[in-house]
Ligand binder design. Structure first.
Ligand code: FMN
Length: 209
């Protein structure tokens, strides 16, 4: 499928066929797509938690306002963020020096700028910045799913603090912000055949030439 075809094929799946599972090798590819996503400054403040434990998936339904996709999907992808602080930034520069062989003195001005920017941020600003990066990751992983004819449903409809508690994310320094159940659509999901509700292209896109 090209990108227009997969964009038309994809829809926010409301009902998954719980008997169909995505191959582990395909999930591994999606994990790599996630890790290749571009992020602001390259700091990668988003982390992915992949949940297959059926008992947990069952329990998560009530934390998602009764949305059964989290129970019936093959894999539940939980997009989370971590806090970027001075130690995190240090690690990032150490990795950059190791992987690129860039001398510390070349990176010093950029490092100083990042340390100063993040020091000035409130906790809310830090979180909001990180969540923005998670949304980019969500979009790219969703596109990769569609290219592979894997169904998904982006979800903001859940109670993050309670999901974090259930999955033990706090101990890992992770906070959930988005869910993406992935799998295969149920044959009777009526949303699969509904026409897409979209603006006329001329309203959605303007041109200045
Ligand atoms: C960030 C985000 C959060 C969403 N949250 C939910 C959700 O909690 N539950 C749900 O069923 N759909 C959710 N959706 C799906 C949208 O309702 C859906 O993408 C939109 O209506 C367009 O339909 P389509 O994706 O089927 O083309 C969400 C979509 C996005 C991008």
């Amino acid at each position: 499928m090209n990108s227009i075809e997969s964009g038309k094929w994809r829809y926010a799946t409301k009902k998954f066929d719980a008997s169909k599972k995505v191959a582990d090798s395909t999930i591994k590819e999606l994990e790599e797509v996630f890790n290749l996503v571009p992020t602001s400054y390259g700091l990668q403040p988003a982390r992915l938690m992949v949940v297959t434990n059926q008992e947990l998936k069952n329990k998560l339904v009530e934390k998602c306002y009764g949305q059964a996709q989290v129970r019936d999907c093959s894999h539940l992808l939980v997009f989370t963020t971590v806090t970027v602080d001075a130690a995190y930034i240090e690690d990032y520069f150490t990795r950059t020096m190791e992987l690129r062989g860039t001398p510390a003195e070349t990176l010093a001005p950029f490092k100083k700028q990042l340390l100063s920017s993040f020091e000035k941020m409130t906790a809310e600003q830090n979180k909001a910045w990180a969540v923005n990066q998670a949304y980019i990751a969500l979009g790219m992983v969703m596109s990769a799913c569609a290219e592979k004819a894997i169904d998904s449903c982006p979800m903001e409809g859940f109670i993050p603090a309670q999901v974090d508690e259930m999955l033990g994310l706090e101990a890992l320094g992770m906070q959930s912000c988005l869910l993406l159940p992935v799998g295969y659509r149920a044959a009777d999901d009526m949303f699969a055949t509904m026409p897409k509700v979209r603006l006329p292209l001329s309203d959605a896109v303007k041109h200045i030439s």
